[in-house]
Design a protein around this ligand. Structure first.
Ligand code: IPM
Ligand code: MN
Length: 357
């Protein structure tokens, strides 16, 4: 199979972890005789520094021309502490999601048994958990009109949804539920928000097309609680952009660490694959970041963008093998992990590569 893959490392630890996602794709190409052609582009703080623009035109052009994109992370502490900055790294990520029509963000909460003790939750609460989040990605309060009064005493972000935006992601989520345990939980705040009432109405309608899927509606506040009280009961979770952003960070604790969670953003064109974690500037450049979320994002890319299930499985299995042999990065180690089992980014990347080969 011949494919063009665009690598966008982005900012902070994005640079280090994406190196390993890419190396894994190269190893898979080698082993299974595929021809993956790589190109690279800049985005975020890195692109602001180089071009004054968090999403330069050439990055967007390369993205549109590629068959799949592997992205790292975005952001810089400098902006987090300066709310007045007009040009911000995150604008690059939001714009590319919008421009590529990536309206569905799939975030699997993949729990490796070996990491049951890496979470702050009890192993018996976690065991067997397998959740697939569908987070809407190009609508909601993220993209509504933003305002600030001239006297600086008032600000507003408009939360809105169109019917078609809810319909298309709901269909994708129901289709996925059909291939899994046939349960779908739609999360909203329909007791308060008009957008959520539209959301619920549309999901109820689409649910009629899927009588074989057991559909449930839950308010976001309750869902946030149920998710850590009883994570095993969830299968597919469908939710809006902001709620999904928050719930999936919470859910990462089920998998042990943000450093373990991969995501796939899909929709109208080229698929975009990225860890859910941020740029973690505090540890960037120190060979401390967990490369597994990027490696697992590469697995999602193989599976979803190219339909290469066997190759994707080979990557996930290699990660499982490394964990089974006791190898950990700092974020997934605990008090009983022997010091010589705790690896840096590079060493963990090399372990996974060795298991693939
Ligand atoms: C994510 C991130 C982004 C989001 C930020 C960096 C804009 O937190 O992908 O979850 O909020 O969508
Ligand atoms: Mn987030």
């Amino acid at each position: 199979m011949k494919k063009n893959i665009l690598i966008i490392p982005g900012d902070g630890i994005g640079q280090e972890v994406t190196t390993w996602g890419k190396k894994v794709l190269e190893a898979i190409a080698d082993k299974y005789n595929h021809d993956f052609i790589f190109d690279e582009a800049i985005m975020g703080h890195t692109a602001i520094e180089a071009k004054g623009n968090p999403l330069p035109d050439e990055t967007l052009e390369k993205a549109k021309a590629s068959d799949a994109i592997l992205f790292g992370a975005i952001g810089h502490a400098k902006y987090d502490n300066d709310p007045t900055a007009k040009v911000r790294p995150e604008q690059g990520l939001l714009k590319i999601r919008k421009e590529l029509g990536l309206y569905a963000n799939l975030r699997p909460i993949l729990l490796f048994d070996e990491l049951l003790d890496a979470s702050s939750l009890k192993p018996e609460v976690l065991r067997g958990t397998d959740i697939l989040f569908f987070r809407e990605l190009t609508g909601d309060v993220y993209f509504g009109e933003k305002k600030r009064s001239e006297d600086n005493n008032f600000a507003s972000d408009l939360m809105n949804y169109h019917r078609y935006e809810v319909e298309r992601i709901a269909r994708k989520a129901f289709d996925a539920a059909r291939t899994r345990r046939k349960k779908l939980c739609s999360v909203d705040k329909a007791n308060v928000l008009e957008t959520s009432r539209l959301w619920r109405e549309v999901v109820q309608e689409i649910a009629k097309e899927y009588p074989d899927v057991e559909t449930e509606h839950m308010f976001i506040d309750n869902a946030a609680m149920q998710l850590i009280k009883n994570p095993q009961k969830f299968d597919v979770v469908l939710t809006a952009n902001l709620f999904g952003d928050i719930l999936t960070d919470e859910a990462s604790q089920i998998a042990g660490s943000m450093g373990m969670l991969a995501s796939a953003s899909i929709g109208d064109s080229t698929g975009f694959f990225e860890p859910i974690h941020g740029s973690a500037h505090d540890i960037a450049g120190h060979n401390k970041a967990n490369p597994l979320a990027s490696i697992l994002s590469a697995a999602l890319l193989l599976d979803i963008a190219f339909g290469l299930q066997e190759e994707a499985k080979a990557v996930t299995n290699a990660v499982a093998e490394a964990l089974k042999d006791g190898w950990r990065t700092g974020d997934i180690a605990n008090a009983s992990t022997p010091a010589d089992k705790i690896l840096g980014t590079k060493e963990m990347g090399e372990k996974v590569l060795a298991y693939i080969k």
